[in-house]
Write a protein that binds this ligand. Structure first.
Ligand code: MIC
Ligand code: SF4
Length: 636
């Protein structure tokens, strides 16, 4: 009987509709769509090819080129050809370089209410703005989803974020998610889904919801989701896909594990200060301190929609960027750029003194525009981890497009809260431009073309019962994958070449990491990393697991792990072992230890150190144990 049904949250509804079972607290969900990007895609497709599947088994898979677009040698261009030829042969839509950033494009073109999307990029949850369950994962998990296998996910806790009120002038969706980061920290969302509800939801458009969902990744969240309502319908109509719309929201009386209240009208403009997205302060305070700015960058998958460009152009119109500021802008898609060129917005932006960059990730991942030594760089992006900009000494601040544009004009932090500035000076388009010509539809033909920098996947040995090991590195909390395996213009060309990219492992943390790892390996010792909480936060890049594994790392002992990275470690045969605080305190860099894995099947690992012996309880699923034993998921 209808009235006896338990009321469900929106996330529960979509997960239930895609459920293929549950075991040991792990959900198995059917995946409708996948996305990859070029920096993680080459590995994902090498892994997919090794499975011998004739064509993808999802209803849609899209391969985007948006990260490695600075072609200062043949490597990145060769990767693009590899991706294009794989896509054509195996039934994947290919998005050419210049078409735009994967998350912005997926929102514009493919995501829709009620679907599941898995992407080899941690900001895949952007599509939660259209009431989809969109999750980031490592390339191997995407390859398995393309092969038709369900995705395994630790059962998430569903958190309600209840929005009331309306944002004040000059305060934006970016400030909403910065407020959540301020309250909850970069660890606050691990294994949680953030579901937005309440009367404040309808005050936010889909691109604004996209900004919020995008940076939910910085909370460590599994994903974030908004209901599908009249604003959703309006966005899909503007994109020429109203037929994709359906109403979708939580049932009345649905129960949440937790509720967070945000009164939108109480928020002010915020900035995440160096070097963590949760180091949040009011822009007001930075203005009072008179912090001067060297660089301002607007764009990235967080803030590069037409709406973002409109706010920025409205502020810049008829004015000039401050002389001491280098100002760059990378719109999220070619269609957004084209629209800005049609109605004078681009003209106003150029006239203000902007440097117009490609519609790609660009400086967000250190692909150009690295700031000067000790720079203050103000960006509308989502991550400001040490060295990510390409300049280790630079301090990167994450702000809204409104704060960024106003500060670019003044040359110092400028608080836009309550501004009387008109942020919508251009006529509203009836519809968005929706040119799909840079998406190439596959015709299932041709051969895969592999350039000389694309190397075969490394082979890894099985896990012995006993590992003689040495702690190669002891780190603190919140080590990101940018610390483990940096990106940037010098490193990214080697994403398809594990041997070469392993040279850069931990390069900004411990320069002798590779040398010492190889020394350990030469005397038959495995290397171990000892870490604090939230190890591996940030990106989904598998290279942060594969490269250390290649160098002989067999275990990470950490107080806790970020979700995606923990899975990548387990997939690639590195033991992610959660240890108590006292053990962390007692162990030091350089110490020898023995790891006894003979009882792994019983979820027990014994550690023998100078200080004695201890047993670590693990929570691996039967499948993870099998993969770890075999040396990697691919071996298994
Ligand atoms: C990022 O924002 O850190 C990236 C670059 O998009 C990564 C993926 C990668 O490292 O290729 C992510 O978010 O997963
Ligand atoms: Fe690209 Fe930056 Fe978005 Fe990552 S966070 S997908 S690098 S724009």
């Amino acid at each position: 009987m209808e009235h006896c049904k338990t009321p469900l949250t929106l996330a529960e509804k979509i997960l239930a509709a895609h459920s293929e079972g549950e075991a040991d607290g792990t959900l198995k969900i059917r995946i409708d769509q996948t996305l990859t990007q070029d920096a993680t895609g080459t590995m994902a497709y090498l892994e997919f090819l090794s499975m011998g599947i004739p064509k993808v088994r999802t209803s849609l898979s899209v391969s985007y080129v948006d990260h490695n677009t600075l072609q200062s040698g043949f490597e990145n261009a060769d990767d693009h050809i590899f991706l294009e030829t794989v896509a054509n042969k195996y039934g994947i839509v290919f998005s050419k370089a210049g078409n735009g950033i994967c998350h912005q494009l997926h929102l514009e073109n493919f995501s829709r209410p009620g679907i599941t999307l898995l992407g080899s990029d941690s900001h895949t949850p952007t599509s939660g703005a259209l009431a989809a369950i969109a999750i980031g994962a490592g390339g191997l998990d995407i390859a398995l989803a393309m092969a038709g296998r369900p995705f395994r996910l630790p059962r998430p806790r569903i958190v309600q974020v209840r929005l009331t009120g309306r944002l004040r002038a000059g305060v934006t969706a970016k400030d909403v998610i910065l407020e959540l980061l301020r309250r909850l920290s970069v660890k606050g969302g691990v294994n949680k889904i953030f579901e937005y509800t309440g009367p404040g939801v309808e005050t936010l458009s889909v691109p604004e919801r996209g900004t919020v969902c995008n940076m939910g990744a910085e909370l460590g969240a599994t994903t974030s989701i908004f209901p599908s309502d009249s604003r959703t319908r309006e966005f899909l109509r503007m994109q020429g896909r109203e037929a994709d719309w359906k109403a979708l929201s939580a049932d009345e009386g649905a129960k949440y594990a937790e509720t967070i209240e945000i009164d939108l009208s109480s928020l002010e403009a915020l900035a995440a200060c160096p070097s963590s997205p949760d180091n949040v302060r009011p822009v007001r305070e930075l203005e009072a301190e008179g912090v001067k700015i060297d660089q301002v960058l607007i764009g990235s998958c967080t803030n590069s929609s037409y709406l973002d460009m409109e706010m920025v152009a409205s502020i810049l119109k008829g004015r000039k960027i401050h002389n001491s500021v280098s100002f760059g802008i990378n719109p999220g898609s070619r269609n957004v750029l084209e629209m800005t060129s049609g109605n004078g917005m681009l003209f106003d932006i150029i006239q203000s003194g902007a440097r117009i960059l490609e519609c790609t990730c660009g400086p967000c991942i250190g692909m150009g525009q690295s700031p000067c030594t000790n720079a203050v760089s103000v960006r509308t992006y989502n991550r400001n981890f040490l060295g990510r900009s390409g300049t280790v000494s630079a301090g990167v601040y994450l702000v809204s497009p409104v704060t960024a544009a106003m500060s670019a004009l003044s040359g110092h932090f400028t608080d836009p809260t309550g501004t009387s500035e008109n942020l919508a000076k251009y006529p509203k388009p009836e519809e968005y431009i929706n040119d799909k010509s840079m998406f190439i539809q596959p015709d299932y033909s041709g051969d895969v073309v592999m350039g000389p920098n694309i190397k075969p996947l490394p082979r890894f040995d099985a896990l012995p019962d006993t590992l003689e090991a040495r702690i190669l590195l002891k780190t603190g909390d919140d080590i990101s994958t940018d610390h483990i395996m940096p990106a940037g213009a010098k490193v990214l060309p080697y994403r398809s070449n594990i041997e070469r990219i392993s040279d850069f492992c931990f390069m900004n943390v411990k320069t002798s990491f590779k040398k010492e790892a190889l020394e350990n390996a030469a005397v038959g010792k495995a290397s171990v990393i000892l870490a604090g909480r939230n190890y591996g936060q940030g990106s989904s890049r598998e290279h942060a697991a594969i490269a250390p594994r290649y160098l002989g790392v067999r275990a990470v002992l950490a107080k806790s792990f970020a979700r995606i990275h923990r899975q990548n470690l387990a997939n690639w045969g590195i033991l992610p072992l959660e240890i108590p605080d006292e053990l962390y305190e007692s162990l030091q860099e350089g110490a020898a230890l023995k790891i006894d894995t003979s009882a792994l099947e019983k979820n027990e690992v014994r550690l023998l150190t100078d200080g004695g012996e201890c047993v670590i309880r693990t929570s691996f699923t039967a499948e993870e144990v099998r993969n770890l034993r075999a040396g990697s998921l691919l071996n298994a």
